[in-house]
Write a protein that binds this ligand. Sequence first.
Ligand code: PLP
Length: 439
Amino acid sequence: MTQLFPEIRAVPPGPRSRDLAARLAAVESPSVDARREARAKEVGDDHVAIVYREGEGSNLVDVDGNRFVDLAAGFGALLLGHRPRGVADAIERQQRRLWLALGDLYGSDAKVALCERLCRLYPEPGARVMLGATGADAVTAALKTATLATGRGGVVAFEGAYHGLSHGPLAACGLRPSFRQPFADQLNPNVFFAPYPFDASSLEASMAAVDRALTRRNVGAVVVEPILGRGGCVVPPREFLPALAASCRRHGALLICDEIWTGLGRSGSWLASLDCGIVPDLICLGKGLGGGFAISACLGRSDVMQAWAAHGGATIHTATHFGAPPACAAALATLEALEAGQLAQRSLSVGERWSDRLREATRGLGVAAVRGRGLMVGVALQGGTRRALGAMRSLLRRGWIVLTGGEHGDVLTLTPPLNISEALLDAFAVALAEALQSP
Ligand code: PLP
């Protein structure tokens, strides 16, 4: 696993990145360039993107030959870093045999092995799984399952939460109402938002809002992130998920835990929801599942998933590339490597040490909080979006790739590979302090 320190040859974005970024902006959806312009205006600094050339382990090299440490890691999806050997070998073996089976009609041996493995992640017997390609696919499958199983299409979701941007999950996107607003006419009108409990003092208000929404007779599901990811690495009080599960039981609604960000070790346990002592009715996995390949899964309790069989002999939820054999092989190899390396445990202990180190290094530098669990860490900055974007750019120039997140865009979100070296994490703490001191 490559774990090298940054090496900057041409201040990023260098000339090749600038050239390619301009070519991309000329042909890609204009929203990307519009965001760049908005950010440049906000920060008063250029916001041109770098363009990646290759990645290995914890490192990325851009088209100008600059070497970065990747603390964004594919929006948290690269749990094992870039191109991990075991996963690459498994994909190569699979690609020599079979690229595409026939979806729900004729599966592949790789799909069988993966589905069996995934069902074993669910702690009760008889679990079933539906594969997808993206995280949004998994959430869509869960929302549809809940509707079929309860006969009720209404949903309770949370402010600050993110579940993907295709129509089903978008309706439940509490991160920013502006994501939903242009498409409001096309979205599920029966989604009720409750405040996410940021701390113990907000738990009661949050649960009261959930209970109020659940008394509406058309609500069949509550969808929740066990820890807010894109919303800024917010860890709720430990009683939150058990309270939600109890509330769902009282009202006959299903609990969907979206573990697309938190799952598979990212937050320091295999599944953050099980760690809280509950068993959700449905669990969504994505991001890291394929080790960088596009694959996701909706796992569900036996009786709930039976609703699909009761529908009457038609496959009403499938897609051409769901469960593609190379993605299944990648996912199996990823799960094996995560288990063999005990990376969930490592994520917890290393994340705790790193968070302490970040707190120490940034004391007195306008940091409101360092929060999160495992290797999903949020550094909430005083000074709003402007300061966070400035810090992100300053770190980029120093060779560190980070993202901003949170409802107000004022959090640096850090999701490195779970096997990143502690030497790199320590060096980042120093770089962060420098970036905050002299952006
Ligand atoms: N759910 C959560 C918690 C996420 O963080 C994301 C993506 O960031 C999604 C769902 C959507 O996943 P995708 O972007 O693969 O559709």
